[in-house]
Write a protein that binds this ligand. Structure first.
Ligand code: NDP
Ligand code: BG6
Length: 536
């Protein structure tokens, strides 16, 4: 336990230093205490605190907003916790400039209590601290947001202890006040069975409306924009089907390696880490039918239907539709980097894939016969995530042979990161001598570009900022529902099981800094298609 001699005064309602109405179109969060379970970890320092800071900067949190950090380290106090968080903010890429006035506002809102969250007896200290922090709040405003920023191995005991301790009561309806909400980080389970067990446990203790399963890709601006692009424009939807679309490529390429997460990655590998959640979520948004309304359940109903329409991978089909590989030493961004098996906490004989490429079929009316190619890997050439929709070639080309050979299909690219935006490529005639259209005129593909920053003059909000605010408001559309997570595991489980029970004789490799293994290219070249080399 963390002995605390002197208690800081609790935040009482007072205008924030930068008190101002939120931007039009953005709601201010309900008052609440955010209890970060695992508050000294990487996620908390790199993502959650910067998101809170930014929400305060934008006047989106309530003036009673308070944070209670919890971790085991008994040597921590409010002061050391605050110092660690100030350091994290100063080092964060997501905080443009550390604003001292804003920090003076945030700092006294941060509190810390040490507890081993797997031990039921340690919850009394958290309860005592919460009572103290909430003492001046009217009872109906004593909202609690529990954020599980802890390793997935302790999710289950923590969910159980939270409920049994009475700190996180089940609420009957979404409108009940005060509310209690639980945010569960990914990976949500490590298989269909474990995800189902965690869901059953969560839903045995809390209601679905209290449970927020986070997938931070859903908070990214372009990802949210996929539905707007598709359903708010009349030009795309009529051609968004098998008749006009030849295939879809979804890429999430990273330049980073293990960054101290070797132990976690040895458990997870790229399929659990990126495909089960982020990549399948992108696929569902591209492939789903228009929801009845833009409500959380209508959107999630349609996403679940897509996941259930994905053709199951089997022992017979996996070898022809999936490729795995590991990075070896190479050069990324001009720096020499070690191979995966040389990373700290990674076995020198590890067979955990750091790259995978997958061909999936969505067996429904809209997508029959349209392949979805997915790829993701660590230590690739560029950091880029994008969805590329490639349209079919025109049915008849009357141009000369050389012109036809130079033609490129139309591609609509939704750039998730970096430089969020959308581009549409099409063919134009290269200006030059007038020639008859039937002969070999010179043509070239050009791009029509939409760039968020250029169009709106500001950088888009980081995903965690959007998602945290949604939890504080009670908006669940960008979170995954229990059946959705399970349906995603059903797609991925056969692949993981097959790969784990069929270790490769020789693990395919790729040099760090490349675009992945040759086998990944061959997977789609069989279909006469190439991976795009994304422009960033
Ligand atoms: P870390 O290992 O860096 O941090 C885990 C935190 O949990 C530490 O503060 C640790 O502190 C605390 N903790 C662990 N066990 C206990 C316990 N029994 N009781 C109390 N506190 C405990 O992990 P990350 O921050 O990287 O990840 C946290 C979660 O977020 C994971 O589920 C991860 O998969 C997910 N995530 C992380 C991302 C990232 O970029 N880091 C991205 C997306 C998801 P102490 O040891 O002092 O108790
Ligand atoms: C996390 C994975 O969910 O997403 C990490 O655990 C990965 O391994 C990260 O690096 C990628 O997120 P982003 O937002 O940087 O694309």
């Amino acid at each position: 336990m963390n002995p605390r001699d002197a208690r800081d005064p609790v935040i009482s309602p007072r205008p924030m230093q930068h008190e101002r109405a939120p931007e039009p179109g953005r709601d201010r969060a309900d008052p609440c205490t955010m209890i970060i379970l695992g508050a000294l970890g990487d996620l908390s320092r790199r993502k959650l605190l910067p998101a809170i800071y930014q929400l305060m900067h934008e006047h989106l949190v309530d003036e009673r907003f308070t944070v209670l950090g919890v971790a085991r380290d008994g040597a921590q106090t409010d002061d050391t916790f605050r110092a660690a968080m100030a350091k994290a903010l100063k080092e964060s890429d997501e905080v443009e400039q550390f604003d001292d006035a804003l920090w003076q506002d945030l700092c006294p809102r941060l509190h810390f209590v040490s507890a081993d969250l797997t031990k039921a007896e340690d919850y009394a200290a958290i309860g005592k601290e919460l009572e103290h922090l909430e003492a001046k709040c009217p009872p109906e405003q004593r909202n609690r947001l529990f954020y599980l920023a802890v390793p997935p191995s302790v999710f289950e005991p923590i969910v159980c202890n939270l409920s049994k301790s009475g700190l996180a009561p089940r609420t009957k309806t979404q409108d009940e006040r005060p509310w209690t909400r639980i945010v569960v980080e990914k990976p949500f389970g490590r298989s269909f069975e474990t995800a189902q067990r965690l869901n059953n446990m969560l839903l045995g203790m809390f209601a679905e409306h209290q449970t927020y399963r986070i997938d931070h890709y859903l908070g990214k601006e372009t990802v949210q924009n996929v539905l707007v692009l598709r359903f708010a424009n009349s030009i795309f939807e009529p051609i968004w089907n098998r008749q006009w679309i030849q295939h879809v490529q979804i890429t999430a390429a990273e330049t980073v390696g293990m960054e101290g997460r070797g132990k976690y990655y040895e458990e997870a590998g790229v399929v659990r880490d990126m495909f089960q959640n982020h990549l399948l979520q992108l696929l569902t948004l591209v492939a789903m039918e228009p929801p009845a309304q833009m409500s959380a359940n209508s959107v999630r109903d349609e996403k679940v239907k897509v996941l259930r329409s994905i053709r199951w991978l089997t022992e017979e089909t996996i070898p022809h539709n999936a490729v795995r590989a590991q990075y070896t030493a190479g050069t990324v961004g001009g720096k020499s980097v070690a191979g995966y098996r040389q990373e700290p906490d990674v076995s020198p004989e590890s067979i955990r894939p750091t790259f995978a490429a997958l061909r999936l079929a969505v067996d429904n009316w809209r997508w029959n016969g349209v392949p979805f190619y997915l790829r993701s890997g660590k230590r690739l050439a560029k950091r880029v995530s994008e969805i590329a929709v490639q349209f079919r070639s025109p049915p008849h080309l009357m141009f000369g042979h050389e012109t036809r050979a130079a033609m490129r299909p139309n591609v609509l690219v939704m750039r998730v990161q970096p430089n969020e935006g959308v581009s549409l490529s099409f063919q134009v005639k290269v200006p030059g001598a007038a020639v008859a259209l039937t002969s070999n005129i010179e043509i070239a593909p050009v791009n029509m570009e939409f760039d968020y920053t250029q169009a709106f003059g500001e950088v888009t909000a980081p995903a965690y900022e959007t998602l945290l605010l949604d939890v504080m408001i009670g908006e669940a559309t960008l979170f995954t529902r229990s059946d959705e997570v399970e349906a995603a595991w059903r797609v991925i489980d056969p692949l993981i099981q097959y790969w784990e029970s069929h270790p490769p004789k020789r693990m395919p490799t790729y040099a760090a800094g490349s675009w992945g293994p040759r086998e990944g290219d061959e997977l789609i070249e069989e279909d006469g298609v190439e991976w795009r080399e994304p422009e960033v």
